[in-house]
Design a protein. Structure first.
Length: 442
């Protein structure tokens, strides 16, 4: 009996894939592949369809179930594919009962006439347990850091983004449930936990008392003192609350790495994207955080070739890399998504979009080289992902000259870099814990 999951897209999808694999296996399903799709770009949808066709060609007896954001936003696209047995919406994909019903349909034909089981994601209002109950994964297969979903959905309507229609409106997990999940993961041997969500900095809006993300962070660090490292996934800087900023400045166990949802560096383009920050807001935020935490490393999402973007607009995005001191760039060539306002705006020629994306990536590579060079000679703490690869506190990858047990924390001296990774020589001290090793000593 086997259930495999093919995952596209974000870290949240990765976490949910683990929960689906567990739930489908517990329901007694076998010879099944679940394709967990992403809708962020048209290319992501194309790749999912391509993967489905390849899977069926290579494993003709395998049954394929499709879920995820693309399945939610365009279920008919996948329901029309002969290779697909069932399409499941995002709201239900992590629920155990969904996979019990799937087995009844696939194994016994009960309810099989409903190939696409996709509800109205915008009607989902729960703010509590099902979010975390559906994705409680005490052991994340093959991973040395644990992810905890604390928020889902988004209340904003950026003109380029289809994700709210795949994830629904924002809802959050109560702090007590989050703390309990983090404690359980630490007891299972994880040294690092990552808080994740679709719009992480909107955390708490629907909960009693409307706690902010900063309150959650401080609560975790206070109530789980054994946790060595707490990390945040992508945040929207304009939503960063005062308590979060204080935590960044004061809490050593909160890792000095923030991935920012910036998207562009020109005020007119930001306005047309319906973003809520200006160019100056982004620059000032990075400067303020760096004053509070000098070792902070910034990553960012930036879109190249947004509709109406001129060369002058684009140069402002290029310049933002230096002005914000960005290190790790995620560059997205603009991809029109049907149903979004940006898809109806005057489009930039595809060859220009690709060229601008190339230039942004080159700018990012230059910024990374500068960061790597500045680290040479430093002694730094790393978390081993494999025996030969680790990450610094600032999330920079390190190739290890001396193997470390995956999941362990040690200190290395940075001897150089290879253009994309730091080179760590001479392990100076290694933690005694590893994933699955039991409670971690403080």
């Amino acid at each position: 009996m086997s259930v495999d999951v093919v995952t596209f897209g974000c870290r949240l999808n990765t976490l949910e894939s683990e929960a689906m694999k567990n739930a489908a296996g517990a329901a007694g399903l076998d010879d099944l592949v679940v394709v967990n799709t992403c809708a962020v770009t048209a290319e992501a949808v194309r790749q999912a369809k391509q993967a489905i066709r390849r899977l069926k060609r290579e494993q003709p007896d395998t049954r394929i179930v499709v879920t995820g954001c693309a399945a939610q936003t365009e279920p008919e696209t996948f329901a029309e594919m002969a290779e697909v047995e069932r399409v499941i919406g995002n709201a239900d994909k992590a629920r155990p009962e969904t996979w019990i019903a799937a087995r009844q349909a696939l194994d016994f034909g009960i309810g099989h006439e409903e190939k696409a089981v996709v509800g109205d994601i915008m009607s989902v209002r729960e703010t509590a347990l099902h979010l975390i109950e559906g994705v409680q994964v005490d052991r994340l297969e093959g991973r040395t850091r644990a992810f905890v979903q604390v928020q889902n959905g988004c209340d904003h309507r950026c003109t380029f983004c289809i994700i709210p229609y795949g994830r629904g409106n924002s809802r959050s997990v109560p702090m007590g449930e989050v703390v309990a999940q983090v404690r359980r993961l630490v007891e299972n041997g994880y040294a690092e936990v990552v808080l994740t969500g679709v719009d992480l900095t909107s955390y708490g809006a629907g909960l009693p008392g409307a706690p902010k993300l900063g309150t959650l962070v401080r609560s975790i660090l206070r109530h789980v003192p054994e946790l060595r490292r707490l990390r945040l996934s992508s945040i929207d800087s304009v939503e960063a609350d005062a308590d979060l900023i204080r935590a960044i400045a004061e809490e050593e166990r909160l890792m000095p790495h923030l991935h920012l949802s910036l998207q562009a560096g020109d005020d007119l383009i930001l306005k047309r994207m319906k973003r809520r920050h200006s160019r100056r807001d982004a620059i000032d935020f990075c400067a303020m955080i760096r004053r509070a935490r000098p070792d902070m490393v910034f990553g960012a999402d930036i879109i190249a070739g947004f509709p109406t973007e001129t060369e002058a607009h684009f140069r402002n995005s290029l310049a933002l890399v230096d002005e914000c001191g960005l290190t790790h760039l995620h560059v997205f060539p603009f991809s029109p998504r049907r149903g979004t306002p940006a898809a109806r705006m005057p489009q930039v020629a595809r060859d220009v979009v690709k060229e601008r994306a190339r230039r942004l990536r080159e700018k990012g590579a230059t910024a990374l080289l500068r960061h790597l060079a500045a680290e040479i000679g430093a002694r730094t703490e790393v978390l081993a992902e494999t025996e030969g690869l680790a990450r610094t506190r600032g999330f920079t990858p390190v190739r290890l000259a001396t193997p470390m047990p995956p999941g362990s924390i040690g200190e290395v001296r940075i001897a150089g870099h290879d253009g994309t990774h730091l080179l760590g020589a001479h392990i100076l001290g290694t933690g005694t814990h590893r994933v699955g090793a039991g409670p971690i000593a403080a």
